[in-house]
Design a protein around this ligand. Structure first.
Ligand SMILES: Cc1cc2nc3c(=O)[nH]c(=O)nc-3n(C[C@H](O)[C@H](O)[C@H](O)COP(=O)(O)OP(=O)(O)OC[C@H]3O[C@@H](n4cnc5c(N)ncnc54)[C@H](O)[C@@H]3O)c2cc1C
Length: 324
C-alpha cells in the first residue's frame, strides 16, 4: 500500500496545531494499512519546521523556496499536484481550515481524485476507507464510503485528533521546487491581524458564552454581572454578533476565536459544530440549556437542563454566598 501524506500547515513562521493532529491521524491510518506516514513541508527556511515534525512522521518531503514562504493556494496546488502525481500516496490529509478549503477542491479536481471535506474520523473496514462527516448542522453523523481509487484527498476538521508526542525519526527528502515565482493571477499580499478589542477572550481563564437563548440585548447585563461575580469574561455564538449585540472579537467558533479557558459556561447555546470547534478544548465545560437534546450537552462535562433566566440568578447568589 502506498504511503499516507499529511500536509504541514504553517502561518507567520509557526506550524499550526492542525498539522500535528493530521499526523496523529496519518500514523493511525499508516499502521492499519501497514505503510508509512510522510509529512509534506512546503515553505521557506524550513529547518525549524523540520525539527518540529521529525519525530512525528516516517519521512518528510521538503520543498524550501521563497515562493512558498506564505500560503498561496495556487502555488501550493501546482507544487502538491506534482508531488502527488509522482509519489501516488493512498491518502493525502489536509486540514479543513481556511487554507485547506481554498486549496483542496481545485487540487482534487486537477488530479481527478475522490475528495471529502470536513472529516471527523477515518477508519479502514476490509481495506475500504470509511469517513465520518456531519450533516444537518451537526445533528447527524454520516459514514461515507468511496468508490475504489488508488488515491484520496481528505480534509480533516481541526480538533478531531489529539496532537501526540511521538518518537519517530523521519528521513528528510529535499525536493526542487517546481515553481520559483507566484502565478501572475494570484499573489500573496499581506497578513492583516484582526484587531483585539477591550476584552481578549483567548486569554481569559473563565469564559461565559451566550447564545440566542439570551433572547434580548438587554439581558446581556445580567450575564456581564454574573461574569464579574466569577471573574470571567463574556463571549458569544455567532447570532449574537450578527445581531450586533456584541462585537465580532467576542465570537467563539470556526469563523470566530478558538479559546481554551479553564472554564467555559455555555448559556442558551445549542452547540452547532461551528461553535464547538472554538471551545471544545476548554478544560471544563458547563452547559445551561432548556432543551435536553441540545448537542452542546455532548461536549459538556456538566449540564443544567433548565431556563437560563431561572438558573443564572441562583448560580450568582450561590457563588456570592461561597465568597463571603
Ligand atoms: C460558515 C459558518 C460559520 C459559522 N461560524 C460560527 C462561529 O464561529 N461561531 C458560532 O457560534 N456559530 C457559527 N456559525 C453558526 C452556527 O451554525 C449556529 O447557527 C450558531 O452557532 C447557533 O447559535 P446559538 O447556539 O446561539 O443559537 P441556536 O442554535 O438558535 O440555539 C439557541 C439555544 O438556546 C436554547 N435556549 C433558548 N431559550 C433558552 C432559555 N431561556 N434557557 C436556556 N436555553 C435556552 C435553545 O434550546 C437552543 O439550544 C457558523 C455558520 C456557518 C454557516
Amino acid at each position: 500500500m502506498s504511503e499516507i501524506f499529511a500536509l504541514i500547515e504553517h502561518r507567520q513562521g509557526a506550524i499550526r496545531d492542525v498539522s500535528y493532529e493530521l499526523m496523529t491521524c496519518g500514523r493511525i491510518l499508516a499502521e492499519k494499512l501497514n505503510t508509512k506516514l510522510t509529512a509534506i513541508l512546503l515553505g521557506y527556511n524550513t529547518q525549524k519546521f523540520v525539527e518540529s515534525v521529525k519525530s512525528q512522521a516516517h519521512r518528510i518531503l521538503v520543498i524550501d523556496n521563497e515562493v512558498l514562504k506564505e500560503f498561496n493556494a495556487e502555488s501550493y496546488q501546482i507544487t502538491l499536484s506534482k508531488i502527488i502525481k509522482k509519489e501516488n500516496p493512498s491518502i493525502t490529509l489536509i486540514g479543513h481550515t481556511a487554507f485547506g478549503m481554498d486549496l483542496c477542491p481545485a487540487l482534487a479536481t486537477q488530479l481527478n481524485i475522490p475528495f471529502t471535506t470536513d472529516c471527523l474520523n477515518m477508519e479502514m473496514v476490509d481495506r475500504n476507507l470509511i469517513v465520518t462527516r456531519q450533516m444537518y448542522d451537526g445533528k447527524l453523523n454520516a459514514k461515507v464510503k468511496f468508490r475504489k481509487n488508488p488515491s484520496y484527498i481528505l480534509s480533516l476538521r481541526a480538533g478531531c485528533f489529539p496532537a501526540e508526542d511521538c518518537s519517530l525519526n523521519a528521513e528528510i527528502v529535499n525536493i526542487e521546487s517546481p515553481i520559483t515565482t507566484e502565478p501572475d493571477y494570484r499573489k500573496f499580499v499581506e497578513y492583516i491581524e484582526a484587531a483585539v478589542g477591550d476584552v481578549d477572550i483567548t486569554k481569559a481563564d473563565i469564559v461565559i458564552g451566550v447564545g440566542r437563548g439570551i433572547k434580548d440585548k438587554e439581558n446581556l447585563t445580567m450575564v456581564e454581572e454574573f461574569a464579574n461575580t466569577i471573574g470571567g469574561v463574556v463571549a458569544c455564538s455567532r447570532p449574537i454578533v450578527d445581531a450586533e449585540w456584541l462585537p465580532k472579537d467576542r465570537q467563539v467558533g470556526s469563523s470566530g476565536k478558538t479559546i481554551k479557558p479553564k472554564l467555559y459556561i455555555a448559556m442558551g447555546i445549542s452547540g452547532a459544530f461551528q461553535h464547538i470547534m472554538g471551545m471544545k478544548s476548554s478544560d471544563t465545560i458547563i452547559a445551561i440549556n432548556k432543551d435536553p437534546n441540545a448537542p452542546i450537552f455532548n461536549e459538556a462535562d456538566y449540564g443544567i437542563v433548565d431556563d437560563l433566566f431561572k438558573v443564572l440568578p441562583v448560580l450568582k447568589d450561590k457563588i456570592l454566598e461561597m465568597k463571603h
